[in-house]
Design a binder for this molecule. Structure first.
Ligand SMILES: [Zn+2]
Length: 311
């Protein structure tokens, strides 16, 4: 029987009907205009109804992937920064509205599950997933199961500390990996460098263009062009990420390392540093037989994974 997958973002909700093999049968997208929980529940229900109507089927289960920290048994969203939520019992609220079973998981966990069953993780039982986009997310699959931890927040690679007392992270703590290499923070650091006036090549790269057009790719271009300050910034961020991933490989001994997200896709220099770091800094026995793959489901990985988690 097909199930429903929901991708809950800060600005829109996508719903899709997904078959047991992970194939999308239909999808629908609705903008989030009211971010309060009752408004979002209504928006999800609207997207769900539309997707079900388009597929012409009924379902008895719905999986939701949401950015944030989610309690694994209750489906309570402890913290969802992009919606400004704290302690929202989304699974209960949605179950009452939809009338069938609802499971809520972290968006990266959903994406990892989707890739495992319908994407670049097929055939693997032990996989480390690392996505670097605007933030840094990761998920762990061990013995074919999603590792969620006691409270459901295992695998938060973005919030391991790389500089105790360092840069402020979006989670409210200081010195997290994400505060250095998450896309938003790479952009912030590039803008700081630009404002310092120490980076001539960077200045010439962005001259006459809108400061909002600066992306992590801008930083990589400046570093590649020989800008010493940009190189140092690029090197530091890449190195933190590479050491973190290498240490995770040593800890978990995955058979597959799955990479995804905008920064790893569009900044080949950062991606390469991660691969080099895994070779240099993970223990030799932990990386024997390790396959590196790129995520292949794109924006659909989370929605497919969320649906398959309740199938
Ligand atoms: Zn953090």
């Amino acid at each position: 029987m097909p199930t429903l997958g929901i991708d809950l973002g800060g600005t829109s909700v996508r719903a899709a009907v997904v078959d047991a093999k992970g194939k999308l049968l239909s999808s629908a997208k609705v903008a989030v205009t009211d971010r309060k929980p009752p408004g979002v529940v209504e928006t999800i229900a609207q997207a769900a109804d539309e997707a079900l109507k388009r597929a012409g089927v009924k379902v008895d289960g719905c999986g939701v992937g949401a950015a944030g920290q989610i309690h694994k048994d209750s489906g309570v969203i402890s913290v969802a920064p992009n919606l400004g939520w704290r302690n929202v019992p989304l699974a209960d609220l949605l179950q009452k509205r939809l009338g069938y079973g609802v499971k809520v998981v972290n968006d990266l966990s959903a994406a990892a599950w989707g890739e495992l069953h319908a994407g670049a993780g097929r055939g693997s039982q032990d996989m480390l997933v690392v996505f670097v986009g605007s933030g840094v997310g990761s998920a762990i699959i061990a013995d074919g199961r999603l590792v969620q931890g006691g409270g459901g927040v295992a695998g938060e690679l973005g919030h391991i500390k790389v500089v105790p007392g360092g840069r402020l992270c979006g989670c409210g703590e200081h010195g997290c990996l994400e505060a250095y290499v998450g896309g938003h923070n790479l952009i912030a650091q590039t803008k700081e460098l630009l404002a310092s006036g120490r980076s001539r090549i960077l200045e010439s790269l962005v001259a006459d263009s809108d400061p909002d057009s600066i992306t992590p790719v801008t930083l990589e271009k400046a570093a590649d062009a020989g800008d010493a300050e940009a190189k140092e910034l690029h090197e530091r961020a890449s190195r933190f990420l590479a050491i973190a991933v290498a240490n995770q490989v040593t800890m978990l001994n995955p058979s597959r390392l799955l990479l995804g997200g905008g920064v790893l896709t569009y900044c080949p220099g950062i991606r390469q540093r991660v691969l080099d770091g895994v070779q240099m800094w993970s223990s030799q026995t932990s990386r024997e037989g390790l396959l590196v793959a790129d995520a292949e489901l794109g924006d659909d990985s989370g929605i497919i994974g969320a649906a398959l988690l309740v199938a």
